[in-house]
Design a protein around this ligand. Sequence first.
Ligand SMILES: C[S@@+](CC[C@H](N)C(=O)[O-])C[C@H]1O[C@@H](n2cnc3c(N)ncnc32)[C@H](O)[C@@H]1O
Length: 302
Amino acid sequence: MADREDLEFNYSLIDRVFRASMGECADFSGAKYDGDFSLSLEEAQRRKHEYVAEQLGIGPGRRVLDLGCGWGPLLDFIRRRGGSAVGVTLSSAQAAACRRHGLDVHLHDARQVTRDSFGAFDAVASLGTFEHFCSPREHRAGRQDEIYRGLFARTASLLPDNGRLFLQTMVFGQNMIPVDRIDINAPRDSDAWYLALLGRQFPGSFLPYGQEQIIRSARPHFRLVASTSGRLDYIETIRPVAQAVRRAEHEKDAAQAPAAPPLADELRLPARVHLGREREQRLLRAGAARPPPTRVREGAMS
Ligand SMILES: C[S@@+](CC[C@H](N)C(=O)[O-])C[C@H]1O[C@@H](n2cnc3c(N)ncnc32)[C@H](O)[C@@H]1O
């Protein structure tokens, strides 16, 4: 799986620029336009939260766990609906940001949550996190099903009989190329090249092979109740996010004037990371531009 270091790289490095450009408790996963692309990103994200709430029965008195809670958008929504919510993330910056907003968030591995960690829940949600649970190396070692099975078993143990899990994840489609063809030296713009770039942007992360692999691994703990494709939603979500990042790029340029505030430094890094430029990523991965290490305050992290 993507480990703590990988996730600090993915999320903590962009913490300030993400909050500055998208909002304090913004979503970092596909929204739900349902074909109505006149909706704003915020409206489409709200529509997604309402769909999750409907599926999970979120409301007063209900206790919900969010596996991989990001900057806390779903937790915030549940709180406004009168429910109580606990979130886990492996990004220390996300955990700190959520706590500043009074959200109950822990730096804890989502794959290791048991009843001893935070008690039992009425429902569990996980939006845009499943992608991080199995690494390409684990996939090559034939461990992908086993890893997912472990996660589903532990998640089920937190729930009552007939309790629900809402899972949002990207999956590989039928045109996925063989993994050993993924190569940064493959022809530019080829699938092999794009997948290699993504692998550098999201080290330790890999997708399930269609919903079939998820359904298979979830048995016997969960059966599929409902499923929707968010393919077009995802494509549409990227547009306003990219616009916001471009706006941040302009702010970065403005901030590069003498006496620039500390934010300028951070703006410079994520903007480059976002564009997937290999050289800067290699520098980051080598530790040249990492933020100072943060202490793990709680949880089951090694
Ligand atoms: C793409 S973000 C999605 C955040 C949020 N669910 C949303 O929709 O905005 C992925 C999140 O998963 C978290 N994550 C990934 N692997 C994790 C793990 N093993 N344990 C806890 N959190 C994890 C990351 O820290 C990040 O918060």
